[in-house]
Design a protein around this ligand. Structure first.
Ligand code: GAR
Length: 208
């Protein structure tokens, strides 16, 4: 494993709207030394999101995002916030808003997302319910770079779970979530080690 000195350590902001279990997995990976990044900010569009409590418990700075109806203004204020915290990388973890294209064009770092399906299948809301409704035999989760589309960016890692005909949304979501908690820190870890190489839509993982 490449050891990255403190000066080269990425400063990560996690944006979450709800429970924050993926945030928890990221914080655990950082504190166990498996993920060499600093979680420098957790921000939410929901002032009462449990994710904010998790962050406070871990001693991480938190901010509640004002979400003006003007999407461009939202992007601008998010940019200013990330600049103020000197954020290099953003991880969306159950953040239920679409980042404006103007923000993505202006933010100099990379933005990651995790989605509870095997993209490009079942993007958007209620991915697990969509998968059950469709009748697929396997589903899973995807970590990808964020682009202007909804869950359309270049895929970094995916993991697969079986789908049982008896599954309901809760049970399938729990099975997928267990994998999410491994996959998200793993993908961020590859990035921290400078091992992700983008070539158009394809993301290669360097082994050196
Ligand atoms: C996770 O299952 C994540 O994949 C999903 O929201 C959940 C958040 O859980 N994200 C999306 O559906 C994004 N389209 P968490 O708050 O416990 O991490």
């Amino acid at each position: 494993m490449i050891t990255v000195g403190d000066a080269d350590r990425f400063r990560l902001a996690v944006l979450a709207s709800g429970r924050g279990s993926n945030l928890g997995a990221i914080l655990d990976a950082v504190s166990s030394g498996d993920l060499d990044m600093e979680v420098a900010l957790v921000a939410s569009d929901q002032g009462d999101a449990p994710a904010l409590e998790r962050a406070r418990g871990a001693g991480v700075a938190v901010q509640v995002l004002e979400v003006p109806s003007d999407r461009h203004a939202f992007g601008e204020s998010l940019l200013r916030l990330l600049e103020a915290y000197r954020i290099d990388v953003v991880a969306l973890a159950g953040f239920m808003r679409i980042l404006p294209a103007s923000f993505l064009a202006a933010f100099p770092g990379d933005v990651f997302n995790i989605h509870p399906s095997l993209l490009p299948a079942f993007p958007g809301l209620d991915a697990q319910a969509q998968a059950l409704e469709y009748g697929v035999k396997v589903s899973g989760c995807t970590v990808h770079f964020v682009d202007e589309g909804v869950d359309t960016g270049p895929i970094i890692l995916q993991a697969v779970v079986p789908v049982d005909p008896e599954d309901d949304v809760d049970c399938l979501s729990r099975r997928i979530l267990r994998l999410e908690h491994r996959l998200y820190p793993q993908a961020l870890g590859l990035y921290a080690e400078r091992r992700l190489q983008r070539q158009g839509r394809r993301v290669r993982i360097r082994n050196d």
